[in-house]
Design a protein around this ligand. Sequence first.
Ligand code: PHE
Ligand code: NA
Length: 457
Amino acid sequence: MAHAASSKSPQFSSRFAFIFAAVGAAVGLGNVWKFPYAAGENGGAAFVAVYLIGLVLVAAPIFVAEVVIGRRGAASPPEALRRQAVEHGKSKGWRIPGLFGLLAGLFVMSFYSVIAGWTLDYISFGARGMFSSFTAETASQHFDDLKASVPRLLFWQGLFILATLGIVAMGVKKGIERAVTVMTPALGVLLILLVIYALATGDAGRAIEYLFRPDFSKLTPDMALAAVGQAFFTLSVGIGGVMMYGAYLPKGASIFRASGMVVAADTAVALLAGLAVFPIVFANGLDPSGGPGLVFVTLPLAFSTMPGGDILGTLFFFFLFIAALTSAIALYEPVAAWLAERGISRIKGTVIAAFGSWLLGLLNIFSFNLWKDFSPLGFLPGLEGMTFFGLITNGLDKLILPIGALIISWFAGRLLARKAVMAELGVEGGLLFRFWIFSLRWITPVAVAILFLVNLI
Ligand code: PHE
Ligand code: NA
């Protein structure tokens, strides 16, 4: 492991290790589980179009900004922000948004761990050779039974949290690098197989039209905010997680290039997931706006008719579980690193993060059963009928991540000296740099402000 003399933080052994780890952090449930159901709930192609535009114009530049801040700061997100603010003669209070980011990460994990738990349930189910017995009804029934069972949800969520805890507690190099370099490409290969099968046997025409022929008359402010929020979520930006990875990126590796690869891989996986899910949705008369169960009902249906479906299905959910795990790592790591800077051991720090997210996770577990009709903020307009799960997922996408993006864009685009930023990026200007700075200074703040305003009205 190459230690820079001036920095305390451990580093990835190569640029490729960083790219794999960052792809691992980006590609996860957000692509395979959330993207299809969010697209389905928001009417399809118009959502997809806004998502792609938001990705390029706003979310990708924020990703680059987080890597820049992280690598320059060479510390946990709050500390990286504080150091550089002080270095620029600004308040050390800049660490506060970093701390909120750590907290937001635990909220992400609170539902992420529950959904990742579903993948574990499906692995055990597939391993018993049961995908092949599925019909459209029994697939839905299986999912409904899982949602209704508190003990099953608790068991799998707990197992997922323990797995994440184990990897983070083991440390950067051993844990993260090993897991992601093998598994992420494997998930991609299986997804491509699934897409081919779904397009060949499902309703390919309707699926492609549904995903890629936007009817912009269906565009609403709420949908646009959800789409941009999904762009943030899928790249893991807005809460400082990418800063942490930036801190581990070796000096000298090109940030633009590494970030471009991460964004490309992440987008490819999301679109592939959409192309795998919707042909099956339409061929089986399922509801595209079926909500968070969408992939957990449709993909098992594909596996039920596919030759070797039980094995492929089990493998698929296993790889999805690994993809979730490598994303979840990025949620505990900043907390553990920040606590480590305060002299708390890595293991203790990870346990604290794990416990916090487990406790918050109960709100999400109960949202699917005991409290499924309970809307804690239902008295507010627009929040009627929203469970804790709905509030947490929507609150992150539509409020917390956009605010985080605003803060990060301000910090990298306006607070940091232009020269320092250029040095970090290894550029002396150029079109890409000018676009990036313009996005941070203008596109992001204006876009987020407009989205917030029209949604308020
Ligand atoms: N980007 C991850 C995904 O798509 C989710 C995530 C968000 C992970 C924020 C870390 C931080 O699955
Ligand atoms: Na993602």
